[in-house]
Design a protein around this ligand. Structure first.
Ligand SMILES: *Cc1c(COP(=O)(O)O)cnc(C)c1O
Length: 301
């Protein structure tokens, strides 16, 4: 077990590279957290880094819950596999179509040995057990700070080595955990974000659950148009394709389109050095892309 852990941690590609990109005539830096590890990447690798590094001699199983296509679900299934733990995951429902045509994070997590179960009526999950690690939906918890602090150190080091003044950071948020801990550990850099899962009020309440001091919260930017998480939007697909064409980098389809649309509405942010965090999520594209293609491909091409 111990040797296995060492071999796996060595393979984590840290510090992740930072590249300079040009998009629509602006230049920006990109932190390639999508390249951390083939099976354990993006901000979920940062959030669950703590569990990968620490020894948990009593633990035999991870329990978590959330949506049936979540990136966190897949990353936890990889973590469990790397650690030789069981992984039990609770969802509200599994659509018949997905059961018959497993794909994306759902398929990959099943291949990693995930035991997926429907939550019972009252929605409570038994978690009192010393052999079990209970992990909040999407990794919204204190333990995530460990890996995100490492991310912040990598950024600080890079900034110093390259003597970059007036740096700002941008990343799209779900629970806001990554943005919050980044801002906390980079007090002299402003971290900008935009909500993708709930609205601005939801994101603020998420920040408050992790940090009471509002002066340590990231700065929220928004678009006029409201987007609902997981729904298909033509401008999201177009942004994804344009990014892929111009930068030759694949971005995710749930968070990054809203991120780049928000940046386009706030181009002043691109006038000084900006670091965009690529938070991974590309396995999720395997199920999102066919949905987009079915809906828009014929119209666009
Ligand atoms: C989980 C995830 C996010 C959101 O991260 P939070 O820390 O919950 O804000 C953003 N992008 C991708 C690709 C993700 O998988």
């Amino acid at each position: 077990m111990f040797r296995k852990k060492l071999i796996i941690s060595k393979r984590l590609n840290l510090p992740s590279p930072i590249e300079e990109l040009s998009f629509r005539g602006d230049s920006l830096y990109l932190k390639r957290d999508d390249l951390i590890h083939q099976e354990f990447s993006g901000n979920k690798a940062r959030k669950f880094h703590y569990y990968l590094e620490q020894e948990f001699p009593h633990i035999k199983k991870i329990i978590s819950y959330g949506s049936n296509q979540s990136n966190a679900m897949y990353s936890l299934s990889s973590l469990a596999k790397l650690k030789d733990w069981k992984f039990q995951y609770f969802v509200d429902h599994i659509p018949a179509y997905l059961k018959e045509n497993p794909q994306g994070n759902y398929l990959k997590a099943l291949e990693n040995g995930m035991d997926i179960e429907i939550k019972d009526e009252n929605g409570s999950i038994e978690k009192e057990d010393i052999e079990t690690l209970y992990i909040e939906e999407g990794g919204r918890q204190k333990e995530s700070e460990y890996g995100i602090e490492i991310l912040s150190e990598e950024i600080r080091e890079w900034q110093k080595d390259n003597n970059i003044q007036n740096l700002n950071i941008f990343l799209p948020s779900g629970t806001g955990t990554t943005a919050l801990y980044l801002q906390k550990h980079l007090a002299d850099i402003r971290v900008y974000t935009t909500p993708c899962v709930g609205d601005e009020e939801y994101l603020k309440s998420q920040f408050l659950m992790l940090e009471k001091d509002r002066t340590l919260h990231p700065t929220i930017l928004n678009t006029e148009k409201k987007y609902h998480f997981g729904k298909l939007y033509r401008e999201f697909y177009e942004m994804y394709q344009e990014l892929k064409y111009e930068t030759e980098i694949e971005f995710d389809l749930l968070y990054d389109p809203k991120g780049f649309i928000t940046l386009q509405k706030n181009r002043w942010l691109l006038k000084t050095p900006l670091l965009y965090i690529h938070q991974g999520g590309l396995i999720g594209n395997l199920s999102m892309l066919p949905r987009y293609e079915r809906r828009y491909q014929r119209v666009i091409s």
